[in-house]
Design a protein. Structure first.
Length: 247
């Protein structure tokens, strides 16, 4: 170990030519953005985040879903990238790093990274639920409210929906193709802060390994893909990444 970093991981990070990082909600946890599977707090504690992120929830009560997403958008606006986001951005300046994220926040970008693929869309790209027209910027909520009517589309009047991909919806093919290409062509994949249960993202580490890459999980807790990776490091993104990637 060097400063708490397993030596094997330091060597892998230093020698990687085509690294890929796959991030999930845990990447942003230390920025104060709650993960999906952690308990929600305050107004939203009796709602299950995974259920809110679904077409069923939207069809049943769009005002609840819209209020929840606009509150998350406000929370992300006020959040700052953490030391893990910053370490990845600096690594990206020295290497051919590609970032694939399941996160709908923009904290990688605000730390200075270019994200190769946002698999689950973005909090900041709402669009019409009927005609698909992009809605343009919408001011997020600063205080949580339980219901908020989605604004009407300027083109057809349909309700504006969040720009996130929901459970059961097809993933945008562009980002998905990029993500598969990243997995097939990387030599090292770091899997950070994801529970590894939502497909197809959860299949990317397996594809990377089958394609010859070394796969490392960085997560404080065991996950659905811990058994399928080469190395596991039980630490957080904000502590582990700066230690691993700062020479
Ligand atoms: P989850 O909420 O399922 O999992 C978060 C993971 O982050 C867990 O494995 C935690 O152990 C880990 N974690 C927590 N704090 C951490 C920290 N400080 N550093 C590193 N890891 C930490 O989030 P995702 O796996 O991203 O999809 O969830 C996948 C998808 O399911 C989301 O994109 C979203 C969700 O429902 C859709 O909305 C379609």
């Amino acid at each position: 170990m060097t400063g708490g970093v397993p030596e094997v991981l330091r060597t892998l990070a230093r020698s990687a030519r085509r690294p890929v990082v796959l991030t999930g909600a845990g990447m942003s946890a230390e920025s104060g953005v709650p993960t999906f599977r952690d308990a929600q707090t305050g107004l939203w504690e009796r709602f299950d985040a995974a259920s809110l992120a679904s077409p069923d929830a939207w069809n049943t009560d769009p005002a609840v879903v819209w209020a929840w997403y606009q509150w998350r958008a406000g929370l992300v606006r006020r959040a700052q990238p953490n030391a893990g986001h910053r370490a990845l951005a600096e690594w990206g300046e020295r290497t051919d790093l590609r970032i694939v994220t399941q996160n709908v926040d923009d904290l990688h970008e605000r730390a200075g990274s270019v994200v190769a693929a946002h698999l689950h869309g973005s909090l900041f790209e709402p669009r019409c639920s009927v005609c698909g027209t992009p809605a343009g910027p919408i001011e997020p909520l600063t205080e949580p409210v339980e219901r908020l009517d989605p604004p009407p589309c300027a083109r057809c009047g349909g309700p504006i929906r969040p720009g996130a991909v929901w459970f059961g919806e097809p993933m945008p093919t562009g980002p998905l193709d990029v993500a598969f290409d990243c997995a097939r062509t990387c030599d090292l994949m770091l899997v950070i802060g994801t529970s590894g249960v939502v497909h197809p993202a959860a299949g990317l580490p397996v594809l990377a390994r089958e394609s010859g890459a070394t796969v490392v999980e960085i997560n404080p807790d065991p996950t659905g893909i811990s058994h399928a990776v080469d190395h596991v490091w039980r630490t957080t993104a904000g502590i582990g990444l700066p230690a691993l990637l700062t020479d």
